[in-house]
Design a protein around this ligand. Structure first.
Ligand code: HEC
Length: 160
């Protein structure tokens, strides 16, 4: 093997192992597999029977969005961030990290029953810190939060 060829082989080896390391780091981003579990369960089984076909009864009215915003700030923003960007202070060290709700809400799977199920039951089944809210919020309150999320996290502030 002449020197040029040897150099080329060495270079290729370095590049390839760099790529392999990069891929390995991606696969090991902590918690992303756990977050995907929820999505997989939904695709394979749908939501549990008690949540099936449940619909948000609220219109996207200012009053509802405002109530939902207040509830969201109180119960969700600490982890998911004020605008649903997953950047709340309490969520910073969680594995898996809090979901980016602002993105999720635009995805096709974000139908009412999926959101009601996720918020009511939390993440115990998937080993995440997402709390179950079925005992601390009633269903109406969860729908108000969903209405606020669907408004694009519209910040209307406190009512006068
Ligand atoms: C203690 C931190 C914490 C709080 C408070 C919290 N969450 Fe979460 N949430 C998480 C984490 C972590 C995940 C990602 C893992 C999972 O899906 O269980 C998550 C996931 C979710 C999901 C599923 C996302 C997806 O990808 O499908 C929804 C919906 C959600 N949260 C809504 C809410 C709402 C609404 C509130 C307030 C009523 C709330 N969360 C409060 C930590 C939190």
């Amino acid at each position: 093997m002449n020197r040029m060829r040897l150099l080329r082989v060495l270079l290729a080896t370095v590049l390839l192992s760099g790529a392999a390391l990069g891929l390995g780091a991606f696969a090991q981003t902590p918690g992303l597999d756990q977050r995907a579990e929820r999505h997989r369960a939904f695709l394979q089984e749908g939501v549990p029977l008690e949540y099936r076909s449940r619909r948000n009864p609220y219109p996207a009215a200012t009053m509802v969005i405002r109530d939902g915003e207040a509830l969201y700030r109180h119960h969700c923003a600490a982890c998911h961030g004020a605008n649903g960007e997953g950047d709340g202070a309490a969520g910073r060290d969680l594995t898996p990290p809090p979901a980016l709700l602002a993105k999720l809400i635009k995805r096709r799977r974000s139908i009412d029953e999926y959101l009601l199920w996720s918020i009511s039951e939390g993440g115990a089944r998937f080993g995440s810190e997402m709390p179950a809210f079925k005992d601390s919020l009633d269903e109406d309150e969860i729908w108000q939060i969903v209405t606020f999320m669907r408004s694009g996290f519209l910040a209307l502030g406190e009512a006068d």
